[in-house]
Design a protein around this ligand. Sequence first.
Ligand code: GLV
Length: 313
Amino acid sequence: MESIGVLMPIPMNNYLERELEKRFNLLKLWTVPNQTQFIKDHAESVRAIIGNSSSGADAELIGSLPNLEIIASFSVGIDRVDLKVCKEKGIRVTNTPDVLTDDVADLVIGLTLAVLRRLCESDRYVRAGKWKNGDYKLTTKFTGKTVGIIGLGRIGQAVAKRAEAFSCPIAYYARSEKPDVKYKYYPSVPELAANSDILVVACALTQETRNIVNREVIDALGPKGVLINVGRGPHVDEPELVSALVEGRLGGAGLDVYQNEPEVPEELFGLENVVLLPHVGSATNETREAMANLVIGNLEAHFLKKPLLTPVV
Ligand SMILES: O=CC(=O)O
């Protein structure tokens, strides 16, 4: 397989790079000065692209690689890949589900606690030497609060399981009610938000879920409600979210994702009821290694003409 060209547009993970280099001709696009020319020069040999949450494959890139057979994403979300074009051209697409579910769900709980209990803000309070002048103010309890989850897939269910351990009633929105699920179902996101203390975005980004958290949803969640987004930035109408937080119309937010990463709205920097993370949902050594192994397993399966491990298309 050493002659198979595998295009990696941006750096993703050292272990993944090393393991790919052992097996394939890894073409690291970011290391070359003229990327357009590089793609032209290697167009015939590229049979695979490695994607992730910020780099995928649009119709133009796919169209410029006549021998492309597979896009293996180092992420569970494949919103950066033009799935329609892939289906039309018979290009396979894989992602990395399951292996990252625990980390992302853990982070939802961490973000929720960080926002409600002001963990980051009170840490800053200690570091700034302010404790000597008085105790930190009281915060908000998490145990028993209603957690509303948008999208009850693998990650949504893992969030629910964890929140149940905090005695939280669980509610959810999904396209349809899930059979055999004991959590309360709401057929619309505004209804879910109106009946939740904490609203968690845990669905895939598609045309239907873009801006699924809009002004109406934010208003329904209200000045005591907290939004947690571990999905994708475009799930949320970001200008609406920012103004709701600045004006105190929303109680708080824990965000791991943004509309235009790595840009984060600076209006949020001074707000103590907001916790901002740099898209690290699956960013642990253990999980990233498992994700890398899944990417490699999918590529090997494909080129050995075996069934893909985690096919999307
Ligand atoms: O955002 C991360 C992922 O989709 O895996």
